[in-house]
Design a protein around this ligand. Structure first.
Ligand code: PMP
Ligand code: GLU
Length: 399
């Protein structure tokens, strides 16, 4: 028998990927599942991006690239930040990885370890705490509440800082809550950090192009001049360009951090995929109307989702301003019996809902928030309509 290492044994599989896999299994068994689990656009990658990748493959861009990415892709990222955020960066501050999840992993591995603390506001994206744990550092979870729009306050940050704090992880727009901090709110947070600590910020901005209504994206690194040296900005192509399968994420960081991440990546994966990098260049430098079209459709789905959820008694919805998730409180149903199952928490709620009504949501506990569930609305309006009607009907069966 091969022994599993203590390190591996301590890692939980990603709850979102596990929920997606369970739905796939049921679908393979012929069950019609209303699957709202995975945060993944249902659109295929726009044609001009696929064409650029196919051309790159045919033209022989089939070799290893520099570990941190090709000159073309890094230039494309620099130009995009200048245009989108007015953030002037050099290629030496950029490293491309196999998805933003990989960028976050490498950024953490390069900057924290045993004895260090990383502050993570809850609810947080499912992988943050495990990725921190994998480095040996300690995740310091700070609970944010619906009453404050699920936003970390400067007072909470001040109280969580310690001499061991090395990083604050921020995620705006946020997965799972859809919260988008205003520029002024972020300024107050970063000023608190700069005043009371020498910790850095890891700002995950992967949903920056998926913002609705009057909310605005903010690139945290641009808020104060000192932050250039103190911020690791992470983003990627998965969400805005419907490119989840291409695995393209990147980090922008001070050159010393990029070099450390480069060394890690050189031993881990050599480089990101050459074909995917060519696709990313086309995504960032090509026409952007595909992003606008997809965002408009997500905006319509968000309206529909929120309208339908508000009609269901006992559900408390936090209206998302960005990303493509509805995060809602279902705790008023805890303690009720549905068929043979008594629902006591977000895990038993999601399990009974999936098995009995074939509607798949992700338990809030996976995001550090018991009492809630997450629904991805990155799926068609008809699936949203039917799935939420089934949810409403099923909830009425609880006694
Ligand atoms: N950050 C957040 C907040 C996410 O929701 C995701 C979703 N997968 C990622 C990072 C990672 O995305 P990817 O690895 O596909 O680039
Ligand atoms: N980020 C997406 C989600 O939260 C994709 C799944 C994952 O990477 O864990 O559902």
């Amino acid at each position: 028998m091969i022994r599993i290492s203590a390190w591996a044994a301590a890692i939980k599989p990603s709850a979102t990927l596990a929920a997606g896999a369970l739905a796939r299994q049921l679908k393979a068994a012929g069950i019609n599942v209303y699957d709202f689990s995975l945060g993944e656009p249902d659109f295929n990658t726009p044609e001009h991006i696929c064409a650029a990748a196919a051309a790159a493959a045919r033209q022989g861009q089939t070799h290893y690239t520099p570990t941190s990415g090709t000159a073309e892709v890094k230039n494309a990222i620099c130009t995009w930040y200048q245009r989108f955020h007015g953030y002037a960066i050099e290629p030496g501050q950029v490293i491309v990885s196999n998805g933003a999840k990989h960028s976050i992993h490498n950024a953490l591995a390069a900057t924290v370890g045993p004895g260090d603390e990383v502050i993570i506001p809850t609810p947080y994206w499912v992988s943050y705490s495990d990725l921190v744990q994998m480095t040996g550092a300690r995740a310091v979870l700070v609970e944010t509440r619906p009453e404050t729009g699920f936003k970390l306050t400067p007072e909470q940050l001040r109280a969580a800082l310690s001499p061991r704090t090395r990083l604050l992880m921020l995620n705006s727009p946020c997965n799972p809550t859809g919260t988008v901090y205003t520029r002024a709110e972020l300024e107050k947070l970063v000023d608190t950090l700069l005043e009371h600590s020498d910790a850095a910020i890891l700002s995950d901005e992967i949903y920056e192009q998926l913002i609705y209504g009057s909310a605005q994206p903010t690139c945290v690194a641009t808020l104060r001049p000192e932050l250039r040296e103190r911020t690791i900005t992470v983003s990627g192509a998965s969400k805005s360009y419907a490119m989840t399968g291409w695995r393209m994420g990147w980090a922008i960081a001070p050159p010393a951090v990029v070099q450390a991440m480069d060394a890690i990546q050189s031993q881990e994966t050599s480089c990101p995929s050459s074909i995917s990098q060519a696709a990313l260049v086309a995504a960032l430098t090509g026409p952007q109307d595909c992003v606008v079209q997809m965002r408009d459709e997500f905006a319509a789905r968000r309206e529909l989702t929120c309208r339908l959820l508000r009609q269901i008694p006992g559900i408390r919805l936090h209206e998302p301003q960005g990303a493509f998730y509805a995060f809602f409180d279902v705790s008023s149903y805890f303690g009720r019996r549905f068929g043979q199952d008594t629902v006591t928490d977000s895990v038993s709620f999601c399990k009974a809902l999936l098995m009995q009504a074939h509607v798949n949501l992700v338990p809030g506990i996976a995001f550090g928030a018991e009492g809630y569930v997450r629904m991805s609305f990155a799926t068609s309006r008809s699936v949203i309509e039917t799935g939420l009607a089934r949810l409403a009907e099923w909830l009425q069966t609880g006694v």
